[in-house]
Every structure is written in structure tokens, then in C-alpha cells.
Ligand binder design. Structure first.
Ligand code: ZN
Length: 292
């Protein structure tokens, strides 16, 4: 979770009306830490408030889209980073409070309020995914309006294996359908781009070397439409999901996610259960299993 002076996100304008936000931490498989979350948010803001930008692409450098949350640091480091950051997104506070209070606030800021804001941005967004997209990384494509995946893309949310009910933004039933969402969570299996496309989660699957060009061409086709109509088409469909209960369901699931964290903190001394993943207990700053 160590933050650096180096930017973790790159902002590009491949054409004069399309912004491309690129996760640029390929040496760490674009693992997500607070610095990256806030830099992604800053980049989305830049694209949102630039009226010349009609469509926003979210992409990633390297072999893998993202390995998910960077768990190399401690919970305390994450909470302190949330407390220290001057440009917060949500409406909560108390990120360094003790026990559940602070951890809940910090994850709400970093993983729930950010995701909701990006999902509701008033411009079309397209996520281009290659390689692995694991757990917390699913939030990036899922908050975008469209997803293009390369043939080598794979998706997984293995956190049930670690004693948690699912990643913080629990959009699984909306993205996969309820029955397949349960299988995805219960088994921790990794699913291919083709399977994600079959389930309706992904719009198109393309060759790896065609990912950038295909996504840009799609963005250009959309960018040719009237901006206000695009905004309202997005709003209409997002509102439909909201009326169906998506926002409340995700909020409820976030609370259950934290019930799991609290259980694990009480039993193991930190937020995940290392029983089925002994490597997790060896991360610096993590205590070993309670009974070992
Ligand atoms: Zn969590």
C-alpha cells in the first residue's frame, strides 16, 4: 500500500474529444492503493469538467489490468492515507477511529463512495480490460458504462476464500445474474472474457493487440452523438437500475462485507481469514492466525 511521488495514473487525449485514463503501475500489476484511487478520481474529474471530452476510456498498462487492492501495507496505513488526503470524495469522516468505526469509514470513502461517483459521471465511460482483473479491480470495469475485454482477460473475486462476502462494491448480481453471481463468489473461480461476455458482463471480446484500437473506435462512434442525449441516456438507464434497488442493495452488501471484516478482526486480528491462504498471514504487519 506504499504510496510514491510517482503518479500511478496517466491522462491521455488520443483524440481531441476522448480522454483515456490509464492505470500506470504495471510493475505492481496495477494494484490499487489510496494514491491510485484519488489519482483516478482526479483524472475522472479532469475529463468530466473538460467540455471538449465526450467519452472517457479507462485502461491499464502492462500484462494485467489490475491485481486488486494492494494489501502489502497495513490497515492503519490505509486508514491514515484516507485521513490525510485533501480531496475526499464521500461524506464520511473518522478514518482513523478505532476498530470498525475507522475501517468502515476508510473503505466507504475508498471503495464505495468513489465507485458510486465514477458510476454516475455524466459522460459515457468505457473500460478496456486485459489480463487479470481480480477482486477490488472489478470495481473499475463495473462502474463503467461499457466493457471491452481482450481474449486473455480473466475475472475473479476470490475474497470468500479469505472470509469476506465479496468485494466492497457488490455489483455481482447485476453484472452476472443472481445465480451465476453466487457461483462466482462461492467457488472463487476465475472466469474468462468469453464467459463474462456470454453472461452479459462484457460488451465485446477482441484480440489483445486490437484492444486499444477497438475501444477507441467505439469511443469515437459514441463521441459523434449529441452530448446531452448521451448524458440523459446514461442517466435513464442508471436511474432504472436505481429504481430496481441497485444502489440500496450495494449499500446493504457493503454493511455485510464489514460484518465479515469485523468477524475476522475479532478472530484473526485483521480483516481477512488466512486459514485457506496462509501467505496472507506472512505479510508484514499482519498477525498470524489466532490459534497458531
Ligand atoms: Zn473490505
Amino acid at each position: 500500500m506504499t504510496e510514491t511521488a510517482e503518479p500511478t495514473v496517466r491522462y491521455e487525449m488520443p483524440t481531441d474529444n476522448i480522454a483515456r485514463i490509464v492505470l500506470a503501475r504495471a510493475d505492481k500489476h496495477n494494484a490499487i492503493h489510496p494514491q491510485m484511487l484519488f489519482e483516478v478520481n482526479d483524472a475522472f474529474n479532469r475529463a468530466l469538467y473538460d467540455d471538449a471530452v465526450k467519452v472517457i476510456i479507462l485502461a491499464a498498462d502492462g500484462r494485467n489490468f489490475s491485481a486488486g487492492h494492494d494489501i502489502a501495507g497495513t490497515v492503519e496505513e490505509y486508514m491514515e492515507a484516507m485521513q490525510a488526503h485533501p480531496r475526499k470524495v464521500g461524506h464520511w469522516s473518522g478514518f482513523t477511529e478505532e476498530a470498525t468505526h475507522g475501517w468502515y469509514a476508510a473503505e466507504k470513502e475508498g471503495y464505495l463512495e468513489t465507485a458510486r461517483r465514477w458510476r454516475n459521471l455524466a459522460k459515457p465511460t468505457i473500460c478496456a480490460v486485459q489480463g487479470k482483473c481480480i477482486a477490488g479491480a472489478l470495481i473499475f470495469p463495473w462502474v463503467c458504462d461499457l466493457i471491452v475485454a481482450s481474449k486473455d482477460a480473466v475475472f475473479s473475486d476470490p475474497v470468500v476464500t479469505f472470509g469476506v462476502s465479496g468485494v466492497e462494491w457488490l455489483a455481482h448480481p447485476w453484472e452476472l445474474g443472481a445465480r451465476k453471481a453466487k457461483e462466482f463468489l462461492f467457488t472463487s473461480d476465475t472466469w474468462s472474457a468469453e464467459e463474462a461476455w456470454r453472461l452479459g458482463m462484457v460488451n465485446h471480446v477482441v484480440e489483445r493487440d486490437a484492444l486499444d484500437d477497438f475501444t477507441l473506435a467505439m469511443a469515437q462512434k459514441i463521441a459523434a452523438k449529441p452530448a446531452f442525449a448521451l448524458k440523459l441516456a446514461k442517466e435513464a438507464i442508471n436511474k432504472t437500475l436505481d429504481i430496481q434497488g441497485q444502489a440500496n442493495a450495494i449499500d446493504a452488501a457493503f454493511s455485510l462485507h464489514h460484518l465479515c471484516h469485523t468477524q475476522n478482526f475479532r478472530v484473526y486480528g485483521w480483516g481477512m481469514d488466512p486459514t485457506n491462504a496462509p501467505g496472507l498471514a506472512t505479510i508484514p504487519g499482519r498477525p498470524p492466525k489466532a490459534d497458531s
